[in-house]
Design a protein around this ligand. Structure first.
Ligand code: B12
Ligand code: SF4
Ligand code: SF4
Length: 375
């Protein structure tokens, strides 16, 4: 039988103190009910906005009812961990350099799932050592849980119009994790919302994926298209993807609350393998074993080599026309899978158009473009 703590408030204080030492920026406790969020989730699924993320539909309301996922759950302990890689090459600079690949800030270091899971498991185990055994389940995007809704109710922040959780004192560059528990800990006040009349994220989104405030059509989102979408990237979005080869941060980069963001303190979130400034032609030349060796331990490993090449082929199609870009694409053409080859053909087609444009322009005015035509 589960032994109850003599003083839930004391158990919560102990959790909060230890959470800070383990690298969490903040911790809060929420009750389990989120009926409004469940309605939003069901509407979103009915509209098909989850795209190819079949697991979202499969889990259905299990995602909004933690007690069904882990019987006996009465509280959700939510935590956040900051990941902003302060030493990385400036995001705006990389986005403005079409020869480099932009990798989302959250994926420049090691995979956060393992880092956070280990720290959360330790937090729960230590509490059990102190107060006796209790029922719990640790989650970091590893189980069907509406993480942002619980975090908001635990006082960690509000869901912004771009649909990420934002904290007044920490912006939005953080991951979320939870401990679902049967401990009746005292709950926190939900956080209030502070987007006000701002719409910067909606305007900045390159693919108009934020179809209304608080509503994201994942099928249009570059994070989805480059990470979760397994088949061909729809042609209508390829140009707008620009040089984003894994994930997208634009809606968070423009958010005014991110001036309060904290730098990552965990050493695992430091940039690895120069991923903050990789040249597209160089990244595209990696062999499968180089990809696997370099990306092991990174969230990028999960998309696999084929999607990695698919994404870079799109970015190469958006890069300025040059001999090295065309050569990189042509060199892969024959050996590529059907999926990747189709993206390579699309990319080469774009460069052919620009070569023709440049040639016809220079025929009209031979002096013009002389310096920029390198093909
Ligand atoms: C599926 C998923 C995605 C999908 C869909 C995103 C989404 N908004 O749902 C895709 C692949 C696009 C994605 C992208 C990203 N993701 Co993601 N993702 C998830 C995942 C696994 C589930 C999210 C979910 O449940 N969606 C369901 C829909 C219905 O929820 P929602 O769109 O957020 O809608 C909520 C509200 O907006 C509101 N709502 C919905 N409709 C309406 C309508 C009205 C009128 C109103 C008022 C409210 C409202 O209710 C909903 C429920 O609370 C979570 C982990 C988890 N288990 O929670 C991580 C998670 C949300 N992702 C995360 C991250 C970091 C990202 C990226 C930043 C990664 C990147 N840089 O590329 C981007 C951000 C894109 C964006 N603008 O959201 C973090 C977010 C951390 C934070 N600070 O919030 C999470 C929590 C993972 C983690 N453990 O840290 N992600
Ligand atoms: S992650 Fe990029 S594509 Fe997705 S909503 Fe934000 S800005 Fe738009
Ligand atoms: S950019 Fe503006 S509207 Fe969008 S989430 Fe941030 S504060 Fe809210």
């Amino acid at each position: 039988m589960t032994q109850r703590p003599p003083d839930p408030a004391a158990a919560k204080r102990q959790l909060a103190a230890r959470a800070r030492e383990l690298g969490f920026g903040r911790i809060g406790v929420a009750p389990i009910d989120i009926p409004e969020d469940e309605q939003h989730l069901l509407r979103w699924l009915d509209a098909g906005m989850h795209g190819e993320m079949d697991y979202m539909r499969r889990h259905g309301t299990r995602r909004s009812r933690p007690q069904e996922l882990s019987p006996g759950t009465v509280r959700v302990i939510s935590v956040r961990m900051d990941y902003w890689p302060v030493a990385a090459r400036d995001a705006g600079e990389v986005l403005g350099d079409a020869q480099s690949g932009y990798i989302s800030r959250y994926a420049l270091g090691r995979d956060y799932h393992k880092v956070m899971r280990n720290a959360l498991a330790r937090l729960a185990e230590e509490l059990a050592d102190a107060i006796g055994p209790f029922g719990y389940r640790v989650c970091v995007d590893s189980a069907p849980v509406l993480e942002k809704a619980h975090a908001r109710n635990a006082g960690l922040g509000w869901i912004g119009k771009h649909t990420n959780l934002i904290a007044r004192e920490a912006g939005s560059w953080f991951f979320l994790g939870e401990i679902l528990t049967d401990l009746p800990l005292p709950v926190d006040e939900p956080a209030s919302a502070h987007c006000g009349t701002c719409t910067a994220c909606i305007t900045a989104c390159p693919t108009a994926a934020i179809v209304a405030p608080y509503q994201l059509d994942a099928r249009r989102c570059i994070a989805y298209l480059t990470i979760e979408h397994h088949s061909a990237i729809p042609v209508e979005f390829r140009e707008a993807i620009g040089n984003r080869i894994y994930g997208c941060d634009d809606c968070q980069l423009v958010c005014p609350w991110n001036k309060f963001a904290h730098a990552a303190s965990h050493p695992d979130f430091k940039v690895r393998h120069g991923l903050d400034s990789g040249r597209l032609t160089e990244l595209f030349s990696w062999t499968q074993s180089q990809f696997e060796e370099r990306m092991r331990g990174s969230a990028i490993y999960r998309i696999g080599y084929e999607k990695w090449l698919r994404n870079i082929a799109v970015a190469l199609g958006n890069a300025p026309t040059s001999e090295p870009v065309i050569r990189a694409l042509e060199q892969r053409r024959e050996s590529a899978s059907e999926l990747v080859r189709e993206h390579i053909e699309w990319a080469l087609g774009r460069h052919k158009t620009s070569v023709v444009d440049l040639q016809s322009a220079s025929q009209k005015d031979p002096g013009q473009n002389a310096a920029s035509t390198s093909v």
